[in-house]
Design a protein around this ligand. Structure first.
Ligand code: GLU
Length: 436
């Protein structure tokens, strides 16, 4: 069996962190099994769907590195839905309903006031049909047996169809609700695994009967616990946290993927630099039922850790020309984002404003300026320089290293000077020491 998964966003907005997590898990599962990962644009709601969002979704998936093996659009598939709908109608599995929302609301209230569950009550077959009213359509649940499946995250699931309302699948104006087209597509696209949020669990119960009614075996399902913000609920912030703002904040796509691959499991988040190890480790049994907490600060920290061992090749096209491979290697432990690398070009090549020198550092700097010209810059200039200054002045430790670092880099903190100094031209270094 070839594994086929799909990511099915509605293009009524851009992707947020929660959608991306769903996309990632579907992608990882397909890749782990040498299968296919499909993008399905769920644009049955023609009014709310926008082409800009479709483009943005594709661009975000590409940025994240989730390559797709095919794309379908629901708006191009209405003829198929119509044909399958006709079959269900002929078989009596969908039926016309005429209640207005107000009538349904009254019925619900009556049932609740009697202490009964507010389940939709089917009309008798010979109930009068109102004249001149277009019906909406419900799927007739089969009440004979419980609906059961083994969820890859939640384990054994069991629903009693008698306690559920027959779901509305089509509106009176002919437009489609999400439930039935999704099943028709999952069958036509050969989807083997549906990975989505647990907000879809009760949809799944009804959809399992739709698969059967259409003569298909349902796919496997994984319903994941929802993502919550640090304050413990599905915050507005999280729901709107899009890829553009993460990109602007300097978050690398691999950092987001590394975090989202592990959130909700008790496995540690690892600072990986490629998706490959995440593919290998995806396992739905590792995910718990408790909401997974997404913390932007944790993401920023992970991003930083990942940069510390990100190779030059991976970022070269985003670096200023002055940042060579050796310079990248020297500065990466000091970066929070790739963009910050640009701040270091002045440290390497100038111009640099020398910081004010404290009197007690004067001797060290004078001695360094005197010793530097004779030092072989191609060997280990930092070692040679500090040894010479130490011998001449007796300074050691912080009193030796800090004034030199300040004069040579204009900063109090930064990369290992032994690695940094050979990357600053000798005449630049001499001039900086002399100017101090
Ligand atoms: N378009 C649906 C949604 O975004 C898809 C759900 C599913 O994966 O079946 O909720």
């Amino acid at each position: 069996m070839t594994v086929v998964t799909r990511f099915a966003p509605s293009p009524t907005g851009t992707l947020h962190v929660g959608n991306v997590r769903t996309a990632l898990h579907n992608w990882l599962w397909a890749r782990k099994h040498g299968g296919r990962f499909l993008l399905r644009i769920d644009d049955t709601d023609l009014e709310r769907s926008q082409e800009d969002y479709v483009d943005a979704i594709r661009a975000d998936l590409a940025w994240l590195g989730f390559d797709i093996d095919g794309e379908e659009r629901q708006s191009a598939r209405f003829a198929l839905y119509e044909a399958e709908f006709d079959k269900l109608k002929a078989a009596g599995r969908v039926y016309a309903c005429y209640e207005t929302p107000e009538e349904l609301d009254i019925r619900r209230k009556i049932l609740l006031s009697r202490g009964l569950p507010p389940v939709y009550e089917r009309k008798a077959a010979d109930a009068p049909v109102p004249v001149g009213v277009a019906p909406h359509w419900r799927f007739r649940l089969d009440h004979d047996a419980p609906i059961e499946w083994t969820d890859m995250v939640r384990g054994e699931q069991n629903f009693e169809p008698k306690t559920m309302s027959d779901p509305v699948v089509r509106r009176a104006d002919g437009s489609w609700l999400y439930l039935l087209p999704s099943v028709i597509d999952d069958i036509a696209m050969g989807i083997t695994h549906v990975v989505r949020g647990e907000d879809h669990v009760s949809n799944t119960a009804t959809q399992i009967q739709m698969f059967a009614a259409l003569g298909a075996t349902p796919p496997r399902f994984a319903h994941e616990a929802l993502l919550v913000g640090t304050e413990g609920k599905l915050s507005k912030r999280l729901g709107s946290l899009g890829m553009a703002s993460l990109r602007d904040a300097g978050i690398e796509p691999i950092a987001l993927a590394a975090l989202l691959a592990r959130l909700g499991t008790s496995d540690p988040v690892e600072p990986v630099t490629s998706l490959a190890p995440l593919i290998e480790h995806i396992d739905f049994t590792r995910f718990g039922r408790a909401p997974a907490r997404f913390d932007e600060a944790e993401l920023a920290l992970l991003n930083q850790k990942i940069l510390h061992h990100t190779g030059y090749e991976a970022v070269a096209n985003r670096l200023p020309a002055a940042i060579t491979a050796a310079r990248w290697h020297a500065i990466r432990p000091n970066l929070m984002t790739v963009a910050e690398a640009a701040d270091w070009t002045a440290v390497f090549d100038g111009p640099l404003t020398p910081p004010p020198v404290e009197d007690m550092d004067r001797a060290v700097l004078d001695s360094a300026a005197a010793a530097a010209p004779a030092i072989d810059w191609s060997a280990d200039p930092w070692h040679a320089l500090t040894t010479a200054v130490k011998e001449a002045t007796g300074a050691k430790g912080r009193a030796l290293f800090l004034p030199l670092r300040r004069a040579l880099t204009g900063r109090d903190h930064g990369p290992d000077m032994a690695e940094l100094l050979p990357l600053i031209a000798k005449d630049q270094a001499i001039a900086r020491l002399a100017a101090s």
